[in-house]
Design a protein around this ligand. Sequence first.
Ligand SMILES: Cc1cc2nc3c(=O)[nH]c(=O)nc-3n(C[C@H](O)[C@H](O)[C@H](O)COP(=O)(O)OP(=O)(O)OC[C@H]3O[C@@H](n4cnc5c(N)ncnc54)[C@H](O)[C@@H]3O)c2cc1C
Length: 386
Amino acid sequence: MDKETDVVIAGTGVGGLFTALNLPRDIQIVMITKSDLKSSDSFLAQGGICVMRDEEDYDGYFEDTMRAGHYENRKESVDIMLRGSREVIDALVGYGVEFARENGEFLYTREGAHSRPRILFHEDITGEEITSKLLAGVKRCPNITIYEYTTMTDIIEEDGMCRGIMVRTKENEQFSILAQNTVLATGGIGGRYQHSTNFPHLTGDALDIAKEHNIRMENMDYVQFHPTTLYSEKPGRRFLISESVRGEGAVLYNKKKERFVNELLPRDVVAEAIRRQMKEDGTDYVWLSMEYIEKEVILNHFPHIYKHCLEEGYDVTCECIPVVPAQHYFMGGIWVDSDSQTSMKQLFAVGETSCNGVHGANRLASNSLLESLVFAKRAAEKIKDK
Ligand SMILES: Cc1cc2nc3c(=O)[nH]c(=O)nc-3n(C[C@H](O)[C@H](O)[C@H](O)COP(=O)(O)OP(=O)(O)OC[C@H]3O[C@@H](n4cnc5c(N)ncnc54)[C@H](O)[C@@H]3O)c2cc1C
């Protein structure tokens, strides 16, 4: 049952899919995912994807990313992401991704800590729109084979090089997939937390494997908590109330229904302010009000948030909802260079499991889909050139 291929990719979120799509069609690629194809955080992204609007936007976008990251970002990586953003958006449109438009022109929205609107979106399901179109693209490629419910359990190391991976199926069958190049695209670590917006099966497996093989890691304590998830006493994944809701004018209230923070500050600052306020009020949540957003904007821009809250018993067009911070994103990870190469030969890492330094100590909203895509493409180009 052991297999051999040119490239093996663990993970079928945007990082894995875009790497596969940018590799030549005349090589064999095997992709695996621990769960089904739709269960990746990439499908959950709501708010949108950033793009550098024009040359004049460079300085502002660069500074916004650096400021949010507490200036601990790798400048070279930020530059690469900004300069690569338009090309990635064009490629997505080429795969059939539809972003909101007005009179044929892109509509841009804004989220916390952005100095101007530069986020493209598709209603409040941007991740689903992008990932499903990339997945459809991958399925059209006869050189790419995908195995669902197949978990990477280890990498195969020989003479300090990566020769592929070991996997286990749902039926507990174990086998190796030998490959000339291996790409780790296993996403975040939310499954390790009690309260997280991530899928529970995302448990940072590649990080454990990297640690075992002495592969370089970076910023392992840089975890982002999203300030606003819908408070619920039920167990399981927390439902995100996208930052763009606050970008469009939603406000936060304490128990006396008074504002206590500038809602557009970076995520870590707002999350900390909410935590302090909850402590002061002796509550498990604060309130989020959409009263200053027109009903039409709520229904058109945030239809899924509206519907989900309604199902939970809240009509956001006329009442506040309880919100609480939850684990959301991992800025650290497996150290990679600007071509997504890890410290082990023939081993690459892309997406949330990698750390190319774009986000520094804290991610700017809507930068992660873009970062995953730009650096996935670079991984593919590096593999092609080898
Ligand atoms: C609710 C939510 C909203 C978000 N909104 C936005 C947004 O608006 N804009 C933005 O830019 N970012 C957003 N993000 C972040 C963004 O979605 C993720 O950072 C990004 O999609 C990560 O992509 P990825 O390919 O690295 O990982 P994922 O898309 O999470 O994919 C990981 C893949 O790895 C697989 N996997 C994991 N472990 C193993 C293993 N051991 N073996 C085999 N396969 C494995 C999984 O099954 C999955 O296929 C949001 C995240 C969440 C959770």
